[in-house]
Design a protein around this ligand. Sequence first.
Ligand SMILES: Cc1cc2nc3c(=O)[nH]c(=O)nc-3n(C[C@H](O)[C@H](O)[C@H](O)COP(=O)(O)OP(=O)(O)OC[C@H]3O[C@@H](n4cnc5c(N)ncnc54)[C@H](O)[C@@H]3O)c2cc1C
Length: 406
Amino acid sequence: MAGSITATLLAQRNWRVLLLDRAPLPSPAVSTHFFGPTVLAFFAELGVLDRVRATGAPPLAHWHLHLGDNYYGGPMLPRATHPYNLCVRRETLDGILLHRAEAEPLVEVRDRCSVRALLREDGQVIGVAGAGWEEKARVIVGADGRGSLVAQQLGVRPEYDAGALRCTFHAYWRGVHPLPEPSLELWHDDGDVIQTGPCDGDQWVVMVSTPPERFEQLRADGGAGYERRLRAIPAMRARLRSAERISPVFAGKNLRNFHRPAAGPGWRLVGDALCHKDPLFGAGIADAIAAARVLAPTLDAALSGRTSWEESAAQYAQETETRIARRMRQGLEELTIRPPAPGQRAWIRSVLGHPGLAFELAEHCSHLFAALPADRQTFWQKAADTTAEVLGLPPAARLTPDEDTR
Ligand SMILES: Cc1cc2nc3c(=O)[nH]c(=O)nc-3n(C[C@H](O)[C@H](O)[C@H](O)COP(=O)(O)OP(=O)(O)OC[C@H]3O[C@@H](n4cnc5c(N)ncnc54)[C@H](O)[C@@H]3O)c2cc1C
């Protein structure tokens, strides 16, 4: 994914790119695949949005949040240019992005071609080598995922690593009972988060994110543990009543939250190789795009001699720190998912179950917000500001008590 996008953006600036991958392309990736307005806007720019839409993945223009035995549903970001999410299986999506790269005359793709070592000269990376072959280049871009061989060979260790907070299990299903509106669904149940929605190929992906200590329980009996977990939730059991699981259950463990240095002499990192985060962020695809979009102009400037290599590396490192790494560090705070205490559950049930109460409470939201500890106010205000900025929406509301009465 990060490799195809980077190759396309560099070729558009007239640079020859050799795109190497050890797998036959496109290959399935062990990943779910929800993405929203910023990714859709980029796909439109790249000229692939029509093909992505033609996969048949239904636009998910609604959220569905399920908490215990209550749920909330609402339309998604109505003011964004593309006000929906899509869920397109990675094999399908990566195929479209690969074809887009191949359509650039300056891109050459070689799959089934494993990179095993970096070539160096005077402390500078000058190429890559595999079994019986080597290739030289002015710059090597490691778009080789979270276990990046390029990073390993460089001896580049994460400069920030918060470890793994959760693990995941996901599988593909047919015949899940749909909601009236296709939605991106999030279910919170006893410390687990279930993310699900319909995707291309008339299938559904259903992912359970769970604390690491429950890994063995869900892995048990070749997928039966995962199914038992889902069916333990009555509303989910009803949705799956006539459904059939059509894939193995894919387990994701050791999903560390880290970022590595972005650039050095003769090399750059993009995508998960640069910054990997828990799937619950749902930001891997958007971040791969964000990094590639900074990488292409900063590399172009150095390759064409408009800036020095040092300057280009520093700019790439600084912009990816601001747009990707810092946001990930801030967002980690939000990932501490605790099941609500019984008192909180009663409130949640009342608010979700009685629109009148929700309406009345909304009139006093600013006062409720002002009652939060100062650090939580700062945190949520920042989260709202960042969301507005990332999605190109009007500035987020400033919640102060005065505004309640307007
Ligand atoms: C369970 C799970 C669910 C997720 N859900 C979402 C989601 O809903 N939304 C979202 O935006 N993100 C999600 N993500 C994150 C997303 O999958 C990643 O951020 C994204 O795949 C990163 O793309 P990439 O190109 O950097 O890495 P990858 O997709 O890992 O691609 C790396 C490529 O490098 C190749 N490679 C590796 N080593 C070598 C080598 N030595 N030589 C040659 N080729 C090599 C591999 O074959 C592979 O094709 C999820 C991740 C997981 C694990």
